[in-house]
Design a protein around this ligand. Structure first.
Ligand code: ATP
Length: 245
């Protein structure tokens, strides 16, 4: 039997990232490395910069400076001409951002949404297999493929939004607060589904305020506090957050 361990490579390498909006700096000189095959939890209270870190990686903060390498290619730069200017390049380099708040088009069907996630030529060619993969992760969507997304429940919409992200040809998935606004049982189901995604050589960072949903299930948990990473712990350790005092 071949026991060769696949080589871990750096999917994401962030060095000295500072970012903000207008005069406000919300990410402070942050370093982070994520390796292929890793599922990383990013925890922290509301407003401490988890979403901004994700937006920064995608080139969508108001301004930023520092180095961001995706698969060894520099995608970070000083953005003097507005957010989003380079996002298409970052996406081509392998980023899939699954933002907070679903951002779905209520008139499109579930299948149309999933197809829209397969936007590179290769992902489009492979869309049938990719959809099958998403439906294995989110079985309730199978019978809803022809249903308009506007008619779905909150939990089903979240599945569509994450499923669309998973259709992309990406090596780094950034999932922002997948359980937000969902009933606890439904939120846990969505997290269970994310844990079942086979990453292969890709990696995933899941931002969550609810540490309990990540504990013991991701490879590492990183805490975020006022725009800085405040250390790492194995997934079994609980971070001290204000809510726990
Ligand atoms: N588009 C924006 N324009 C101005 N300020 C912003 C913008 N987005 C976020 N901020 C501010 O940046 C700070 C960090 O917010 P961010 O959303 O990144 O935190 P978070 O930890 O992800 O919290 P949440 O769970 O609420 O998204 C907050 O003070 C927030 O008000």
């Amino acid at each position: 039997m071949d026991h060769a361990v696949p080589q871990k490579k750096e999917v994401l390498n962030v060095k000295g990232l500072s970012a903000g909006y207008g005069p406000m700096r919300v990410i402070h000189d942050l370093d982070l490395i994520v390796y292929s095959g890793e599922r990383v939890g990013l925890v922290g209270l509301n407003g401490h910069g988890k979403s901004s870190l994700f937006l920064g990686i995608a080139g969508l903060t108001g301004w930023q400076r520092g180095s961001i390498k995706l698969n060894g290619v520099e995608v970070g730069r000083t953005r003097s001409q507005g957010p989003g200017r380079y996002t298409h390049q970052v996406v081509r380099q392998g980023l899939a951002l699954i933002p907070q708040g679903d951002e779905i088009f209520t008139g499109l069907t579930v299948e149309e949404h999933l197809d829209s996630g397969a936007f590179t030529p290769r992902a489009w060619r492979e869309r049938a297999e990719r959809k099958e993969h998403v439906l294995k992760i989110f079985p309730p969507l199978r019978k809803l493929m022809k249903t308009a997304v506007g008619r779905l429940s909150g939990g089903e919409r979240r599945m569509v939004s994450i499923g669309r992200g998973l259709m992309a040809e990406a090596s780094l998935f950034l999932v922002d607060e997948p359980s937000l606004g969902l009933a606890p049982k439904i939120g846990k189901g969505v997290l269970d589904a994310l844990m079942s995604v086979e990453l292969g050589q890709s990696a995933m960072i899941i931002a969550e305020q609810n540490v309990a949903l990540l504990e013991g299930r991701v490879d590492r948990v990183i805490g975020m506090h006022v725009g800085k990473l405040k250390g790492e712990a194995s997934a079994s350790l609980t971070f001290q957050t204000r809510r726990e005092h």
